[in-house]
Design a protein around this ligand. Structure first.
Ligand SMILES: [Zn+2]
Length: 106
């Protein structure tokens, strides 16, 4: 079981504007969204517990960190496909990344 199978992780759904489904380059299945794993800055209460060493308790405060560290994972094979927001968006829109770079340059 990979850490991505943990149900505590939220699944972000990216709606695709075009009808063409994106195909996962790893497993070949058609997917219309990616699972986005985004780091959060979470607050814990750190204290000396019953066993005499540092213990932690969640304090409930969470704030998202810079989304440049996101991992975009295929919902079918759980492989990390992208770590780049723009690449993930282009993939779901069915835009070829190389073509996009050509257009930016040209
Ligand atoms: Zn896949």
């Amino acid at each position: 079981m990979s850490r991505y199978d943990d149900p505590r992780w939220t699944t972000a759904r990216f709606e695709s504007k075009c009808h063409k489904m994106a195909k996962c380059p790893k497993c070949g299945k058609e997917i219309d969204y990616l699972r986005d794993f985004s780091p959060v800055w979470q607050e814990f209460k750190a204290f000396i517990g019953k066993n005499g060493s540092l213990d932690f308790e969640t304090a409930g405060n969470e704030c998202p960190m810079d989304s440049r560290d996101d991992e975009y994972v295929c919902p079918e094979c759980q492989e990390v496909l992208f770590i780049d927001y723009q690449q993930a968006e282009n993939f779901l829109k069915g835009v070829n990344y190389a073509d996009t770079m050509e257009r930016i340059k040209g």
